[in-house]
Design a protein around this ligand. Structure first.
Ligand code: ZN
Length: 277
């Protein structure tokens, strides 16, 4: 049977991050960490935020969307040489820069959208802007979204991307395993995505090493395809569980920081709005 073209195209796209569950967890942790002022805007809208947190992964039929979810560091010479503006990115590596990922700039844009939403006084707009911002913030906390070897293709570990961000989360993550961290105002929030990405990038070597270690007992079928069993997943989770939980916790915290700072930037608007006199 011929594989439909659409499926081939989908397979060629960069993989989505965290899966739906991880994106929902990020939102839940963030809202839990908010102080009462901004938190009031989301009362009764928590599900709305979570339900739309994966929307950007469904926009990938637009070929410009894929690179909005990651940022490859190697083309720039590693984490110490990252460009801060799109102009710098172009100057460093030329017209190819967009394909290497633009997530930090997308976060800046979506954060400004959230400020506008708070200013508009429309709580459903705030919920939607938060959901979209949450997606890209969460993506920066997936280590494999910071490297050209994003699916282990350079190290013979194809599929490690979804094994880490979806496979482990879906199998083992339980909501009460992670406590939300309280939001902190951060006037430098627009500079933070680079810090989040660098911290994620530092986790890549151990993640790949642990996947290889977990795979040591994995048998191959006649075609050389790995037949991963429960043993693989248990070993991978034992080694990477703390990193998965830690990154989700940080994603929630950093999203909460971004929401709090957007609310402050908008002039700390109250919800519900005061009655007109
Ligand atoms: Zn994504």
């Amino acid at each position: 049977m011929k594989t439909p073209l659409l499926l081939l195209l989908l397979a060629a796209l960069p993989l989505s991050a965290w899966g739906d569950k991880g994106h929902r967890v990020t939102c839940a942790l963030a809202l839990e960490g908010l102080p009462p002022g901004p938190r009031a805007w989301y009362v009764g809208r928590e599900a709305e935020v979570e339900d739309h947190a994966s929307d950007p992964d469904h926009w990938r039929s637009d070929h410009k969307e894929g690179p909005r979810h990651f940022f490859d560091m190697e083309p720039y010479g590693g984490p110490d040489h990252l460009p801060r503006t799109l102009e710098q990115a172009r100057a460093q590596i030329g017209g190819d820069y967009y394909r290497k990922g633009v997530v930090p700039w997308i976060i800046q844009d979506r954060w400004r959208d959230l400020v506008d939403a708070f200013r508009s006084g429309d709580a459903s707009r705030v919920a939607m802007a938060t959901a979209i911002l949450s997606h890209y913030v969460a993506d920066t906390h997936v280590p494999l979204h910071t490297t050209e070897n994003h699916d282990g293709q350079a190290t013979g570990q194809r599929g490690v991307h979804s094994r880490w961000e979806s496979g482990l989360v879906e199998r083992y993550y339980s909501q009460d395993a992670v406590k939300a961290l309280p939001a902190e105002a951060d006037p430098g929030i627009l500079d933070r995505p680079w810090d989040w990405l660098r911290a994620s990038h530092a986790l890549v070597p151990q993640l790949l090493e642990d996947d290889r270690a977990a795979d040591r007992t994995t048998p191959l079928d006649g075609q050389g395809k790995a037949l991963r069993s429960q043993a693989y997943w248990m070993i991978f989770w034992a080694r990477q569980g703390p990193a998965v939980k830690g990154q989700l916790r940080l994603a929630g915290k950093h999203l909460a920081d971004a929401i709090l700072q957007a609310w402050i930037e908008a002039g700390k608007p109250g919800w519900p709005p005061p009655p007109r006199s």
